[in-house]
Design a protein around this ligand. Structure first.
Ligand code: DAU
Length: 354
């Protein structure tokens, strides 16, 4: 079996972070989301992986390389424009050939991995196997209608959802998917939808099995989902202290501190992860916070947030919460006159002030 990871697309819902970075490389618990997909695929015994890349191809290729780090062989497949998930399958046909494959959306995280699901697909050999999950906002996903265990209808982001069962971003197919992606027409949003291609399989009388997952699953396309994914992954964190923690500091609960980092006169309440070469001084880091490498946090408080590498947060009077702070960002207090907020914000930034 092969795997196809979709890592193109534009990431509009995560701007401005995605102006400069691929959304699949935003770290959750200090590890790029895409790496979780690589690990899950490798754990299922699949080593031949195609990765669909778009405008952010250079960054994705730099992060994943030839896949050797995971014991895999990676082939990059360029998609000129994000024309849809089924379009990605279409252009991947020369790579996938006749082999069955698992398609994994590069911004999806699935707690229990895919090993059991791949085994089940190989044992039952349907034409396609889809995963479903009960969600509160089905209108934001592909939605399935079942008759008992049988999938009878799939609709992409319906205004009036027929159920609360969303399509999870992990699909399994055999070669019958190629005529399907070639037969369908673009949707209202102008994309070739994989949801429509699977509906085509159903209409042709082919076998589409479904499985409702019970462990957590996250599509990290939006800020709140990204923070929620970070929370869920950090819940499984184990304590590991490789940096220096001075006597005045207090670590509570599960905390990971990377090599070269210094914790000075600070309180860290886990689960929280601090990367390498950070300085946390006279500060409070609260639960469900991930701080990436070479960050300086001084006289500040932060909780339930993600801070990317090389950023500096100094002397902020109020607590920062529910935030995603990009790379190389400076957030500081300015006591100069006149007293005012002074910003340099990228396009599509969001700031809430007290
Ligand atoms: O997350 C599950 C949902 O994913 C499903 O419930 C939906 O049925 C499915 O259409 C998809 O919806 P999204 O709107 O969330 O898909 P998104 O545009 O975010 O793309 C998913 C991933 O695929 C993302 O990593 C970007 C990549 N992609 C997307 C498109 C449209 C490509 O590589 N090429 C593309 O053309």
């Amino acid at each position: 079996m092969k795997a196809l990871i979709l890592s193109g697309g534009s990431g509009t819902r995560l701007r401005p972070i995605t102006h400069t970075s691929a959304k699949q490389l935003v770290p959750v618990a200090n590890k790029p989301i895409l790496f979780y997909a690589m690990e899950a695929i490798r754990a299922a015994g699949i080593t031949d992986i195609g990765i669909i890349v778009g405008d952010t191809h250079a960054e994705i290729e730099a992060a994943i390389g030839d896949g050797g780090r995971w014991g895999c062989k990676v082939t990059y497949i360029r998609q000129d424009a994000p024309l849809g998930l089924a379009h990605a399958v279409k252009i991947a046909e020369p790579f996938l050939k006749d082999e069955p494959f698992v398609m994994f959306l590069g911004d999806n995280l699935i707690r229990d991995g895919i090993t059991g699901l791949v085994k089940r697909f190989e044992a039952e050999r349907p034409n396609s196997q889809i995963l479903l999950a009960h969600v509160k906002n089905p209108q934001d996903f592909g939605v399935a209608e079942l008759d008992g265990n049988k999938v009878i209808r799939l609709v992409e982001k319906p205004e009036k959802p027929m159920s609360d069962l969303a399509l999870v971003g992990v699909y399994m197919f055999d070669k019958t998917i190629f005529p399907a992606v070639n037969a369908i027409k673009p949707s209202k949003r102008g994309e070739l939808e994989i949801t429509d291609a699977i509906q085509y399989l159903i209409d042709q009388g082919l076998k589409v099995n479904s499985h409702i997952i019970t462990g957590w699953w996250k599509d990290t396309g939006k800020l709140e989902d990204m923070l929620e994914a970070n929370r869920l992954v950090l819940e499984g964190l184990e304590t590991k202290i490789e940096g220096d923690v001075d006597q005045e500091s207090k670590l509570i609960g599960k905390v990971e501190i990377g090599p070269g980092s210094r914790i000075v006169s600070s309180v860290i309440r886990g689960p929280a992860i601090i990367g390498e070469n950070c300085l946390i001084e006279k500060s409070y880091v609260g639960p469900f916070t991930s701080i990436h490498n070479s960050v300086i946090l001084c006289a500040s408080e932060i909780e339930h947030s993600i801070v990317l590498a090389d950023s500096k947060i100094v002397d902020i009077g109020s607590r920062i919460e529910d935030s995603l702070i990009g790379k190389n960002v400076v957030v500081c207090r300015d006591c100069g006159k006149p007293r005012a907020y002074r910003f340099m914000l990228g396009d599509n930034s969001e700031v809430s002030v007290l």
